[in-house]
Design a protein around this ligand. Structure first.
Ligand SMILES: Cc1cc2nc3c(=O)[nH]c(=O)nc-3n(C[C@H](O)[C@H](O)[C@H](O)COP(=O)(O)OP(=O)(O)OC[C@H]3O[C@@H](n4cnc5c(N)ncnc54)[C@H](O)[C@@H]3O)c2cc1C
Length: 462
């Protein structure tokens, strides 16, 4: 029996794999996607929890500056299922019976980078000295962000004399939320990128986007569109081996084998290391991968009988929980109950805590912001720990992130961890996929960044 042959075989149906497959099939290639799980989306997945009887996912947010991710969603006709928010809410706990104090940051009429300055100047969560320090610090990222990644963000915070309150109330919720690690383990380059692209360049770049349906359903539409374009998608098929045979690659899976002129490995770096050829080039790449380290995210899922707040989402300051997302409001799900998800980024401590400990702490902290938590019945709850949620953009890591092309003809790498210029995010993954597809097809699929506007447009480097 002849082995099915493809122009390109994409291994992994996470966002990098879906982006690569979508680009290649739209360019007319005969594409096969192999995914070991029974659903698409990779780490941006949802699944039916067997005990809770709910489809749950870990909250994923995007920003207006995620131009490649938005493009992928537009191609699949699913971009209108992203809910966009212009306003960010920060809450300080209400101590001694007082209500939680609220700060809202929303773009107003002034041009970038002053579009949120009106709300920033009035923000009760920061004092005058904090605001002066933040404004001084942001000047560093007005024109752009450092090209080199050797400095840690911890050093930058010291160097620019940021106050403890500015760190706790602005830099930490934004940077630990976006880069998912402590300041020592984040380079100034990527922290600066977050602020330049989303806070300083334009109001559009800082909009917060949230898919308004469970993630595997959402990205299922992207997979469906890719299949409509002619790609073949095989789920629950794990690739177990890869070998160069003459001019083609032979791909062995749990269910059979295939050949391809090209292979795009769109899997996490640990799986890529296991599949790469065992020659000198493979050893060198594995050595590079060993510099990458993962960081965890823990999410707490709570179903209340009634709503505990009128907010869709908020950053929760001065506590272990960093963000609350009221998913029943975001998704506009009918019914009277309320489904809230709490996210704890860089949750190294929680990895070692029991479910009861995490839930107990979360409910105690949540009640400091929303007193109704003490009155409204909690119907059910779940905890999801993702030990390998992201990789950390540690200082100096760029030198170890591989390009999408490799030393072997027809073998390409994709994934958020490849050289994308972005941290470990959905946008980074789609960029990785588009760059790999571009290398396969000898064309460009990468979308341009949003332009800098207003005063930033006059002085920004790009
Ligand atoms: C809890 C959590 C919260 C997050 N929050 C955000 C957020 O708010 N915003 C954001 O932008 N990003 C967030 N991220 C990060 C984001 O999910 C990732 O950066 C992105 O999804 C990575 O995509 P990828 O395609 O590079 O890799 P993956 O998603 O890991 O995809 C790789 C795919 O390859 C498959 N695979 C592996 N080995 C094989 C094999 N041998 N054969 C076949 N298939 C294989 C895997 O099953 C998987 O589907 C979060 C991640 C987690 C876990």
């Amino acid at each position: 029996m002849s082995v099915p042959h493809f122009d390109a075989v994409v291994v992994g149906a996470g966002l990098a794999g879906l982006a690569a497959a979508s680009a290649l099939s739209s360019a007319g290639g005969k594409v096969l996607v192999l995914e070991r799980k029974p659903f698409v989306g990779g780490r941006a997945y949802s699944y039916e929890h067997p005990a809770l009887h709910e489809e749950i996912d870990c909250q994923h947010v995007l920003l207006g500056c995620c131009t490649n991710l938005v493009h992928l969603c537009e191609q699949a006709g699913v971009a209108d299922r992203i809910r966009w928010y212009d306003e960010l809410t920060f809450l300080e706990p209400g101590l001694d019976g007082k209500a939680a104090q609220r700060t809202s940051l929303k773009p107003r009429i002034l041009p970038a980078p002053l579009h949120t300055s009106f709300d920033f100047l009035r923000a009760p969560m920061l004092g005058l000295a904090d605001k002066v320090g933040i404004a001084r610090g942001l000047m560093d990222f007005m024109r752009g962000y450092p090209a080199g990644d050797s400095e840690s963000f911890a050093t930058w915070l010291k160097r620019t004399r940021q106050t403890p309150r500015a760190i706790k109330h602005l830099w930490e919720p934004v940077i630990v939320g976006a880069l998912n690690d402590g300041f020592e383990n984040c380079s100034t380059k990527y922290a600066g990128q977050v602020f330049h692209e989303s806070f300083l360049k334009s109001a559009q770049g800082g909009r917060l986007g949230i898919p308004a349906m469970p993630l595997s359903q959402f990205y299922g539409y992207v997979a469906e569109e890719t299949v409509r374009q002619g790609a073949e998608l095989r789920l629950s098929q794990s690739v177990t081996g890869l070998a160069r045979e003459g001019d083609v690659w032979s791909i062995a899976t749990s269910e059979g084998s295939f050949t391809g002129d090209n292979v795009v490995l769109a899997v996490p770096f640990q799986q890529a290391a296991a599949l790469l050829p065992m020659d000198a080039a493979g050893t060198a790449l594995r050595e590079q991968f060993s510099k990458l380290q993962n960081a965890p995210i823990t999410t707490v899922h709570l179903w209340f009988e009634r709503e505990i707040t009128e907010l869709d989402h908020a950053a929760l300051l001065d506590t272990g929980i960093q963000w609350i997302f009221q998913k029943s409001r975001i998704r506009k799900t009918p019914g009277q109950g309320s489904y809230c998800e709490l996210t704890i980024s860089a949750s190294f401590a929680e990895l070692h805590q029991t479910r009861e400990e995490i839930l107990g702490n979360a409910l105690r902290e949540l009640a400091m912001f929303f007193p109704k938590v003490r009155e409204v019945k909690l119907v059910k709850s779940g905890i999801l720990k993702e030990a390998r949620a992201t990789f950390s953009v540690t200082p100096g890591l760029d030198a170890s992130r591989p390009t999408q092309t490799t030393a072997w003809p027809g073998l390409f790498l994709a994934g958020d961890w490849t050289e994308t210029g972005w941290p470990s995010t959905m946008e980074g993954a789609v960029r990785g996929g588009y760059l790999a597809a571009g290398a396969v097809a000898g064309t460009k699929f990468l979308r341009p960044d949003l332009p800098a506007t207003g005063l930033t447009g006059l002085i920004a480097r790009s």
